[in-house]
Design a protein around this ligand. Structure first.
Ligand SMILES: Cc1cc2nc3c(=O)[nH]c(=O)nc-3n(C[C@H](O)[C@H](O)[C@H](O)COP(=O)(O)OP(=O)(O)OC[C@H]3O[C@@H](n4cnc5c(N)ncnc54)[C@H](O)[C@@H]3O)c2cc1C
Length: 333
């Protein structure tokens, strides 16, 4: 995919107006293939199904870049409700949260207070909480993690192998449960590797280092080459299967997910749900061009593969969408 297309989807993912509007649209553009419903009941069903196949979950009640205090408090309460549900139904899963959903853009202390409420509920139930890593502007994330770890053990975070500083950060987090990913945001050359070859090389280097260490690691990638190389490394070094798990996103490479679990590896699926699906979904499109086919199919065709709308209506809708984007751009937001 060209950088232009990637940049287009990254900018859509951060567009506040579209993110807000999408909450009212319901799922569109094939998003339901990657998001497990809008409410607790739907996501509970998905988790139970995965659990039956020996797969655990890390559940993300979608939301990010919140700039309103009430909304951040609502998100906090929703996550606590999710924790209650996990406990009541004895589900095999933990939760993933984003600090910008809990008010990091509003005030760091406010965000920590919200996180503390979540951690108190999670600790009561013995549920692990993962802090997802957002773009590198949010360097406070590691500081907040350390603050929380002074009070709570059941909290960890994510390391992005595209960042030059990842190796140094991992050294500081030797004892912390970590999810290792390549990195999903648009980062500059000043802070991150840009080529797939360099990112993959660093990913493998960091994953091997972690696997030889003591703390638990979630190897989060859909890349079969990396997975195969790490499987061989794990075997050669006789690494216990209790020290790591593979993780993939809900709706991606589902067959491979089930196969890895059936081979006896610990497997965990990242399960997003909720009405705030737009930013998450646009990042997935930026990562993988094939997903764009799903949008095209969903917008233009019905389940019988027939054109849904007259071409003129489609053109008018596309024009409205582009005007909306341009208006937003011109207003500088
Ligand atoms: C569980 C999980 C949690 C994550 N959490 C975060 C986070 O907190 N912060 C963050 O920045 N990023 C996060 N990410 C996203 C991550 O950083 C990457 O952007 C994303 O996973 C794409 O990289 P990849 O390693 O999967 O492989 P890619 O480099 O995208 O793909 C490598 C190769 O794998 C194959 N492949 C990949 N996907 C598919 C597919 N769907 N079907 C068939 N073949 C495929 C293709 O051959 C492709 O060339 C997370 C990812 C996962 C899986």
């Amino acid at each position: 995919m060209t950088n232009l297309t990637k940049n287009f989807f990254y900018s859509l993912s951060q567009n506040k107006l579209l993110n807000e509007s999408a909450k009212k649209w319901g799922f569109k553009f094939g998003a339901d293939k990657f998001v497990a419903g809008t409410d607790l009941d739907s996501v509970t069903k998905t988790i139970k199904k995965l659990n039956r196949y020996g797969i655990s979950g890390t559940v993300d009640n979608l939301g990010e870049f919140v700039s309103d205090q009430q909304e951040a408090m609502r998100a906090t309460n929703n996550i606590i409700r999710l924790l209650n549900r996990i406990n009541e139904e004895n589900l095999d899963c933990h939760v993933s949260v984003k600090l910008t959903q809990l008010g990091l853009d509003i005030d760091e202390q406010f965000c920590i207070d919200n996180m503390r409420k979540i951690m108190e509920a999670a600790s009561k139930f013995g549920i692990f909480v993962n802090i997802d890593m957002e773009d590198s502007r949010y360097e406070q994330t590691l500081r907040i993690l350390q603050t929380l770890r002074e009070e709570f053990e059941n909290v960890g975070t994510v390391m992005q192998a595209y960042l030059y500083r990842a190796e140094e950060d991992l050294e500081q987090l030797k004892d912390v449960r970590i999810r290792l990913v390549k990195g999903a945001y648009k980062e500059s050359e000043a802070v991150a590797y840009q080529s797939k070859a360099e990112i993959d090389r660093n990913y493998l280097k960091l994953a091997k280092k972690r696997l030889l260490g003591d703390a638990f690691t979630s190897i989060a990638t859909h890349d079969h080459n990396i997975i195969n190389e790490l499987k061989a490394f794990i075997k050669e070094n006789n690494i216990s299967h209790d020290k790591f798990e593979f993780q993939m996103l809900y709706g991606f490479r589902t067959e491979l997910q089930y196969n890895l679990a059936a081979e006896g590896y610990r497997f965990c699926t990242y399960i997003p749900f909720g009405t705030d699906w737009f930013g998450y979904y646009m990042r997935r499109l930026a990562e993988r061009p094939q997903n764009i086919n799903l949008i095209v199919k969903d917008v233009f065709y019905d389940s019988n593969n027939k054109l849904k709308k007259k071409p003129l209506v489609i053109a008018a809708e596309a024009a409205t969408f582009l005007c909306l984007l341009r208006k937003r751009k011109n207003s500088g937001k």
